[in-house]
Write a protein that binds this ligand. Structure first.
Ligand SMILES: [Zn+2]
Length: 274
């Protein structure tokens, strides 16, 4: 398996250097988008990947910074003339995709062209789901991120190699340590306390409390990501979903407090063989 980051940034954190969350996963003939944040396609093309070869999309959850780019893919399907795409996702993905197809349909009034969008199908992958996608075994577990929103972390296995992607999550050892057990690569979302302090500087008391609640209550620190990597015994930890005021060295330093394996900070265009 080969992964390429088509977006390594965090939603709500405008950053021209990092797009919203998306990872391109290639294995055999399969070309899978793991999350599809807006702008993923340009970053995919920048990385030399074929934007028209995407065979499947796997959502971790339906927040805009992970899913809204699927509209770009569907609009592109009109050019692709109906090559099939299957979208796998948590609860409500069917409703979300129907809306996204509606956006794409506005791009043509020609019935013949609109039929090309019929090549899109949806499969819900609920917590505990195990299935094969493009020759890759995919296991899903629920992780805590936002109230009333199902968020799924995924383990991808093929050819004796394994990749785990957390999506967005708070520190969740009960779910993530078993899922990531012995994985070759763990891609874990992360922020640093130092970055949060920089963002909070100059804010009012209530805005500061809201920031800490909003980020701290729904995401993971780099040190927590390091703890998951350590406790699961993974080989390489890749930190992603990076906020614009982060410093790479601080992310590594905080994760290093818990984990002594290889630590990588994701960047757009970064490719890794898993
Ligand atoms: Zn996010």
């Amino acid at each position: 398996m080969r992964i390429t980051f088509c977006g390594s940034g965090a939603g709500g954190s405008v950053n021209p250097r990092r797009g919203a969350a998306s990872i391109h996963l290639a294995h055999g003939d399969a070309r899978i988008l793991v999350d599809a944040g807006p702008g993923f396609m340009e970053r995919m093309v920048d990385s030399g990947l074929d934007a028209d070869a995407v065979s499947d999309v796997v959502f971790s959850h339906l927040h805009f910074d992970h899913a809204m780019g699927v509209v770009e893919l569907f609009t592109r399907l009109i050019v692709r003339r109906g090559a099939p795409v299957t979208v796998f996702g948590p609860r409500d993905t069917d409703t979300y995709i129907e809306a996204a197809l509606g956006f794409a349909r506005v791009n043509s009034t020609n019935d013949f062209i609109l039929r090309w969008l019929d090549g899109v199908s949806v499969e819900l992958t609920r917590p505990g789901d195990e299935r094969e996608i493009g020759g890759i075994a995919v296991r899903s577990v629920e992780v805590p991120h936002a109230p009333n929103l199902e968020c799924l972390a995924r383990r991808f296995e093929a050819g004796g190699r394994s990749l785990v992607y957390t999506g967005d999550t708070t520190y969740a050892p009960e779910s993530l340590v078993p899922l990531a057990d012995g994985a070759d690569v763990l891609v874990h979302e992360a922020y640093t306390e130092s970055c949060l302090a920089r963002m909070a500087a100059g804010l009012s008391e209530s805005a500061r409390a809201g920031l800490y609640r909003g980020v701290g209550g729904t995401h993971s620190t780099a040190e927590s990501a390091g703890r998951i990597a350590r406790d699961a015994g993974v080989n390489t930890l890749v930190l992603t979903h990076i906020m614009s005021l982060e410093q790479d060295w601080e992310l590594v330093e905080e994760a290093r407090r818990a984990f002594d394996g290889t630590i990588v900070v994701a960047s757009d265009g970064l490719s890794l063989d898993v």
